[in-house]
Structures are given as structure tokens and as C-alpha cells.
Design a protein around this ligand. Structure first.
Ligand code: ZN
Length: 465
């Protein structure tokens, strides 16, 4: 048994209790009790004690939208809008990836998440060429949790003919589905339940039309039968709404409802241009949305109606999106950005509070991946995914409200200790499960190689002497 003592526990439980001078008792992979340290020390005398003085304990953060292959592309495509971002930089580079490149990027992703308190993530588009098994094994080896969504698509011919998606990013219908089926079988409940496999159909969008409407319906059936989930980008860019109107005569969420892209096992990414009128459909169908504020700002994509979605009862999670688009995978900074974006865009200082965004990064993320009963809060019976954030820093002192300090003052570099499924993965910022230096060197080398191989030139704007 493990006892984390003398922390301020921000539980995010049903009552949203904050317990001062708290202890968290962990037995195996589960939390058995959260309460006052003085009581728990008495009750669990035999437990190994982990001193959490000066720390705030929070549930492991859940990044519900993160393209792991793009972490080694950090800084290759800044200050450009979404089409050249994808067409001139990301797709041509990723289209030449080997499994070793994708693995190096995944390991860098896992390391960055671990060092900033993210314990679980959703990777929305895993291409066959990335080598699914290697990526899933890397998640298991690092001790974290991951939902890996296998890319599926049916319009390879059309996609190639239009010449927008790089040929290396195109997959054929039956082989993409067969690979999804294979990895579902191979990784179902993998890593002691730490790996989940979902379907990741490509975005319904012009000009990169990769899936027919009927294909989405087919994928919806397959995911339902397998007890799996679907994550799909929807209405992320302003141009998407006229596309749906012109091609299908309907709004994006109407399209999603018609072709099976709504429901409790569906996670819509972005939803930036979903209108107020469409929001109730998401709430009624139990469809989750993942909001990525910094990428939305950086690519000038727009402002999703997050406060309105939450008011309507939609489950809205939070994501960092990508190392190329964010450019950091720091969920603490993402929480702050989410709050500030909606405050300024609505001119309402309480539009999205510190508490709101912490919910999005924890319990809402857990619900978005169908794990609300198991993850996302610190309470008895749940998986022991616990993050300790050190508040004894100049920029976090004093602490009147641990939630406000966490969201508005702290950053990922303040994360001191990470426990996942009861296993200590980082202590005093020392990573106990991987060779940090080796991961950084490999990622740096592979990042440079994939960019050079694609013939993309990346250099600072300013003259370098
Ligand atoms: Zn995305």
C-alpha cells in the first residue's frame, strides 16, 4: 500500500471537495480512501508513505486530443493558417514517416505528458504506417494511459485524385478497416486496461475528402459492435460549414446525427463552428466534444461555443492537439488558455472559471473516453492516477485557492510527482520509467531527419549568424 500524505487534495469528486492536510491511500492500482492525513496514517500504518508537503494533489490530467506523431514537428509550421499548415508541412512530412519516426515522436509525447501531469490521452489519427503495435507498447512501457484511434477511410481514390492529402497519408478502405479490427483484437484491454483502441475516421471536409457519408455510418456500426469509440474532427474550420451546406444541405451536427457520428461513444474534436442551434443535439445524444483553445487561436480557426455547450449539458473535454500546432503539450497552460479565451471573447469574466477548466481536463476527459466511473477524480474505488503539483514556488505563492493557483499561476513544470494505476512514474521531477536523455536525443534526430527527407525547409524568420 501507498499513502500520499500532507497534501491539499483537489478531489474533483461529486461534491468537488478540497481536503487540506489530506492523505490518499492507494492499494494496488486503486484509491481506497481520501481523507485527513491524521486519520489515514492511523488506519494504514503499514503503508509506504510519500510525503506531499507543499503539494496540491489532483487527478491525472486527460488530454483528449493529441496527435502524437507531430511532437517531433514542434516549430516546423508556425504562423500559417490551417490549409498550408497541413498541405505544405504536416502531411508531406508525416507521409514519409517510418514506424521508428512515429515511435520517437510518441516517446517524446509520453515524456512531455508525464513531466507536466498528463496521465491519459487520445491520439485521434494513428496511420498504419506509424506501426500501431510499437506505439501502443510505448504507452504501456511508459506506464501511462492512451486511447489510440486507428485511421479509417474509404475514398483513397478520390483523395489521391484530388492530390491534397499526401499519398503517404492515404489508406485504402478494406485494409484500414482490417488493421483497425486487428489492433482492436490485439490491444483490447492491453497494458492492464491502460490502452484502448478506437476508430479514427478522417474529417469530413473539403478539399481532403477521405470518407463518404455511408462510410461514417459503417464505422459507427463497427465501433458499436466492438464496444469501442470513435473520434472525429468536425466543423473545426470556418470553411467547413459552407462545405456541409453545399455538399449535403445540412449543418455539421445534422450530418453527424444522420451518419452515426453522435452518441456516448463519440468524441468530436474541435467543433469550433458548431452553432448554438446544434448544441442541444450533442447534449441529447451524450456526444462529447474536445476543445483545443491554443491551437484554435494559433491557426486562427475560431472560438468554439464552450460555455454554451457546458450550459446545455454537453460533456466538453480539453486537448493540446499537437506539438506542431500548440506547440506545447502542457494541460495546465491549456486550462488557463481555455479560461481566458472564453472570458475575453464573451466579455464575461466568469464565462469559463478555473473550476470549469479543471473539470474539463479531468472528469470530463474521463467521461469523453467512457471511463468516468474509473478515472478523472480522486475518490475511493477509482484508479490511482494522482499528480502532485509543487506550490512552493515564487509564482505560486501564496495559495488562497489551490484551484485558482493551479490553473492561473502554475505550469506543467511545477508537476513534481506522477502516479498512474498506483505505480510511481515520476518523483521530484525524476522520471523513473524511461531514459529521458535518450528520448530527447532520438526525437531531435528523427525530427530533423523527417523534415529533411520531405524537402521542407525550416529556419528562423530572423537572420541567423
Ligand atoms: Zn486534430
Amino acid at each position: 500500500m501507498l499513502l500520499v500524505t500532507d497534501v491539499t487534495a483537489v478531489t474533483v469528486d461529486d461534491r468537488r471537495r478540497i481536503v487540506t492536510d489530506a492523505a490518499i491511500a492507494v492499494d494496488g492500482d486503486r484509491i481506497v480512501e481520501v481523507g485527513k492525513a491524521v486519520d489515514l496514517l492511523e488506519r494504514y500504518r503499514a503503508a509506504e508513505v510519500l510525503d506531499g508537503r507543499g503539494m496540491v494533489a489532483i487527478p491525472g490530467l486527460i488530454d483528449a486530443h493529441l496527435h502524437s506523431p507531430q511532437t517531433i514537428l514542434r516549430g516546423v509550421a508556425d504562423d500559417v493558417p490551417w490549409r498550408p499548415y497541413l498541405e505544405d508541412f504536416i502531411w508531406p512530412i508525416q507521409g514519409g514517416y517510418t514506424p521508428e519516426d512515429a515511435l520517437a515522436s510518441m516517446r517524446l509525447t509520453l515524456l512531455e505528458m508525464l513531466k507536466s501531469g498528463t496521465t491519459c490521452f487520445v491520439d485521434p489519427l494513428v496511420h498504419t504506417r506509424y506501426g500501431f503495435d510499437g506505439l501502443a507498447q510505448a504507452v504501456v512501457d511508459m506506464g501511462l494511459r492512451g486511447v489510440l484511434a486507428k485511421i479509417v477511410m474509404d475514398q483513397a481514390g478520390l483523395a489521391e485524385q484530388m492530390g491534397v492529402i499526401h499519398p503517404g497519408m492515404v489508406e485504402a478502405e478494406e485494409s484500414s478497416l482490417a488493421e483497425a479490427e486487428r489492433v482492436l483484437q490485439a490491444w483490447f484491454g492491453g497494458g492492464g486496461g491502460r490502452v484502448q483502441v478506437w476508430y479514427g475516421p478522417r474529417v469530413p471536409r473539403e478539399p481532403a475528402v477521405a470518407c463518404s457519408p455511408e462510410f461514417y455510418a459503417r464505422v459507427s456500426d463497427l465501433a458499436g459492435e466492438a464496444g469501442s469509440g470513435i473520434t472525429v474532427h468536425l466543423a473545426g474550420e470556418r470553411e467547413d460549414v459552407p462545405f456541409f451546406r453545399r455538399e449535403f444541405g445540412m449543418r455539421p451536427v445534422e450530418f453527424a446525427r444522420k451518419y452515426g457520428l453522435v452518441g456516448g461513444n463519440v468524441l468530436i474534436a474541435m467543433g469550433t463552428w458548431i452553432s448554438e442551434e446544434e448544441v442541444p443535439v450533442l447534449a441529447e445524444t451524450g456526444t462529447s466534444v474536445v476543445h483545443c483553445p491554443q491551437p484554435n487561436m494559433k491557426l486562427a480557426s475560431g472560438v468554439a461555443r464552450v460555455p454554451a455547450m457546458r450550459r446545455a449539458g454537453v460533456n466538453v473535454a480539453l486537448g493540446c492537439d499537437s506539438g506542431a500546432q500548440n506547440n506545447a503539450l502542457d494541460m495546465i497552460r491549456e486550462m488557463k488558455a481555455a479560461s481566458l479565451l472564453h472570458v475575453v471573447s464573451t466579455m464575461d469574466a466568469a464565462a469559463l472559471t478555473a473550476e470549469d477548466v479543471l473539470e474539463m481536463a479531468t472528469i470530463a476527459g474521463a467521461r469523453a473516453i467512457g471511463r468516468g466511473a474509473d478515472l478523472g477524480s480522486l475518490e475511493a474505488g477509482k484508479q490511482a492516477d494522482v499528480v502532485l503539483v509543487d506550490m512552493r514556488k515564487p509564482h505560486t505563492t501564496p495559495v488562497f485557492d489551490p484551484v485558482a493557483n493551479l490553473v492561473y499561476a502554475a505550469h506543467g513544470g511545477d508537476v513534481d510527482t506522477v502516479i498512474v494505476a498506483g505505480r510511481l512514474l515520476m518523483r521530484g521531477r525524476e522520471v523513473l520509467v524511461a531514459d529521458e536523455q535518450e528520448i530527447l536525443e532520438e526525437a531531435d534526430r528523427r525530427g530533423r531527419e523527417v523534415v529533411a527527407r520531405a524537402g521542407v525547409s525550416v529556419a528562423p524568420e530572423w537572420p541567423v549568424e
